[in-house]
Design a protein. Structure first.
Length: 431
């Protein structure tokens, strides 16, 4: 709610009060939401009265951002099936699309097939908003009783995906792949470098700039893509909106984001890929909820690194101290608080410049993932020792989330690995 109010205040300051009549991030205009909240009061009173015998919980799906729309919803379903955060009384969970625009209509349609009670936002959103304003309402809010998009209970490894494609959708996949010149039987690697173009399209007021420290250059991924193409893979560059085209003439490297992108194929490619290579940013959640391996690059904040997938790998941006003209060790990153910095301004104030992964570092990670998946990866004699030293430094228990997941644990049992070459080449950071 605090983030929402801050964003609306900025939009009013820049665009005047007229913005209240137009688009907002909520699925309802604010001036329509206010009278609906008044009508919601007696309904909420009834829900509170019957709570001892029958609990009604509300679930506002984070429908405007792909990573949370995918990850939060899948983990909620996993928790329901394993009895985590489930009431010990009779209850019903009611969901609604809590934000607009809906980031992916294909994903929304698939969630509607597996979530039994999705209601119109104009009914549930006012009730939810009033509930949050009154004391004692947290029990009615599912979002306050789950781990959202962080798999701290390692549920992905215990449960199959909840989403499936229909026979009609599978046929459509083959048609769309043919348009891209791809046979249905080849192995596909998804490629993605985060930039700010999509967020700037969604929030032209510039509110999202605080996350620009996570951006990277797609050109740094071309070398890895070329190596994977040589090994027989098709490499598909993902993205809903991108700043620059992919500079390659290799027919096995396809700039899907610039040439073929559709909401349907965003989901289907994520589900069918051999693995994902790229930055942790929205689209990587689609392979994740379908249990596809992740090779994550430029992972920052470092304490937020995805740690729960046995087949997952990651490497981080490097932290350069401007005054001392040197890179920070992993211990310094965590002890200084930089491991959980959530805004670009925090790094600037600390005199830290984040350095993107090089083409060679990304290629090393890609080849390690490819060879691990086919059982051909060869360990060096000290690889396990380096991994152990890294995870002994990593703050798995003490650090809690900031930002949207404030106060929640970030990690469960550690399953992922840091890229082997990254640790070999930076072993002095393990001091």
């Amino acid at each position: 709610m605090k983030t929402f109010i801050k964003r609306q205040s900025l939009q009013i300051k820049q665009g005047g009060w007229v913005v209240l009549f137009r688009k907002s991030e909520l699925p309802l205009p604010i001036l329509l939401l206010l009278p609906l909240c008044i009508f919601a009061i007696p309904i909420l009173f009834i829900l509170r009265m019957i709570r001892p015998w029958f609990l009604v919980r509300m679930h506002g799906l984070v429908s405007s951002t792909l990573g949370h729309f995918a990850g939060n919803t899948e983990l909620y379903l996993c928790e329901q099936e394993t009895g985590i955060n489930v009431p010990k009384q009779r209850y019903v969970d009611l969901a609604y699309m809590a934000y607009k625009p809906i980031c992916n209509q294909q994903l929304a349609a698939m969630w509607k097939r597996v979530l039994p009670h999705i209601w119109p936002a104009w009914i549930l959103l006012p009730i939810s908003r009033v509930n949050r304003l009154l004391p004692g309402g947290l029990v009615h809010e599912i979002g306050n009783n789950t781990q959202q998009d962080r798999d701290v209970h390692n549920l992905y490894e215990r449960m199959p995906p909840h989403l499936e494609f229909t026979e009609k959708e599978e046929h459509k996949k083959n048609v769309e792949l043919e348009k891209m010149g791809i046979s249905k039987d080849v192995k596909i690697v998804l490629l993605h470098a985060r930039d700010s173009s999509y967020k700037m399209m969604m929030y032209p007021d510039g509110y999202c700039k605080y996350h620009n420290y996570r951006d990277s250059d797609i050109n740094n991924f071309i070398y890895a893509a070329e190596l994977l193409a040589e090994r027989g893979y098709y490499v598909i560059r993902m993205g809903a909106k991108v700043e620059k085209a992919l500079k390659t003439k290799n027919p096995r490297i396809i700039d899907y984001a610039s040439l073929y992108r559709s909401e349907f194929m965003d989901i289907l490619l994520g589900a069918k890929c051999h693995f994902y290579l790229g930055d942790p940013c929205g689209i990587h959640a689609i392979p994740s909820i379908f249990r596809r391996p992740l090779a994550l690059t430029n992972s920052v904040p470092l304490a937020y690194a995805s740690s729960w997938g046995t087949n997952d790998l990651f490497i981080s941006k490097k932290h350069w101290l401007e005054k001392e003209k040197r890179f920070m060790t992993f211990s310094e990153i965590y002890n200084s608080g930089a491991g959980i910095f959530y805004e670009a301004q925090k790094f600037e104030q600390a005199g830290i410049t984040l350095i993107e992964n090089t083409p060679e570092e990304i290629a090393d990670l890609a080849i390690e993932m490819e060879e691990r998946l086919k059982g051909a990866w060869q360990l060096h004699e000290d690889d396990e020792e380096l991994q152990q030293r890294f995870w002994e430094i990593f703050p798995t228990k003490a650090v809690k989330a900031v930002g949207p997941n404030k106060g929640r644990p970030l990690h469960g049992n550690i399953r992922a690995r840091v890229g082997a070459h990254f640790l070999r080449n930076n072993r002095d950071w393990l001091q």
